[in-house]
Ligand binder design. Sequence first.
Ligand code: AOS
Ligand code: ZN
Ligand code: ZN
Ligand code: ZN
Length: 408
Amino acid sequence: MTDSAYAWFEREQRERGIDMTQVKARLNALKIETPSWGYADQGTRFQTFKKAGAARTVQEKLEDAAMVHRLTGACPNVAIHIPWDHTEDYGKLAADAKSLGIGIGAVNPNLFQEHDYMLGSVTHHEPEVRRRAVEHLLDCVDIARATGSDALSLWFADGTNYPGQGDIRQRKAWMEESLREMYRALDPGMRMLIEYKFFEPAFYHTDLADWGMAYNLALKLGPQAEVLVDTGHHPQGTNIEHIVAYLLDEGRLGGFHFNARKYADDDLIVGSANPYELFLIFSQIVLAENDSANPLVQRTAGRIAYMIDQSHNIEAKVPAMIRSVMNVQTQYAKALLINWNALAEAQQAGDVLEAEAAVRDAFEQNVTPLLHAVREEAGLPADPMRAFKTSGYAERIVSARSSAVNAR
Ligand code: AOS
Ligand code: ZN
Ligand code: ZN
Ligand code: ZN
């Protein structure tokens, strides 16, 4: 992209009434956490296609995450999953990450892979199983402390497959009791991000099925508990940006698990099947960020944990992550181009078509020259995908990781 392409873009935006200095500063500030599990061989319930060069160890996952950060400048942290990323020395894990130029992000406990948890973990009917699950949650708080992480992302597969299988209200009480014990163990600077999902793997009822249940639990637990919105976790047609606006307004939007879906929890590249949805989510965030006089909104608006939660089964993993980060940047950039004064005027005048146009017009802008300029000004490759292709990294990991080591 030439300088003149950006100069033209900037002139256009000035005419649209957009303050480009602010747009650039906000784009620069956008940080997105990538998931360690997105670099390893992960599949669907049907097949896991082994990829040459996929990370086999925690160290290799860190290396891939660091590569994504080097090329995008936007991914300083990597989320870890316990026990997939288990290690004897978490202080060393953090130091290894640091030496690669990244840090450890959210710690994700895993309470869904063991036989004991078939009928539930923190909501299991046997106290011994619940105890074990809570102990794992407490271990994860220790791991967060040891790695310098300030966030715990909680997702539970807990639920039932058939009516009558479990006592829904009793399980609700156990969920609260278990999470309260974990909450008490948090350090003051730590946040507990509570993720909800309406189905899968449980197909009749899920103990934390929607944002309302997660929000209610967060309210009961205290100010360090917030809601995590995974974009793939809603019934078809759900207005996710409305949920986002609501949680922002209540000061309880903790963060996101970004991914794209068309049918269920597809965990595909964010912004691929549903770019307009992602744009509308960001438009609510930008609007909340602008609402600087509202302390409740500001409580979370400035520190939303943007995390990617994807599983790449047929696509090359490192470039898929780079693509994902770029897609997020693209939709955030577009949301920053909404002329809020024009929108407010149209709303005030009751002009439905003008109001809708003010939003859509931003979505229809081509932000490529802007993103190239922002990256170049930060000393980054203008096109991280192309930079990856020519970097030789893909070839290097294929040859370096050809011996048989199990990632987990
Ligand atoms: C599961 O559907 C949730 O999205 C989890 O956040 C996540 O995929 C899992 O913890 C990663 O293994
Ligand atoms: Zn998720
Ligand atoms: Zn999910
Ligand atoms: Zn998902």
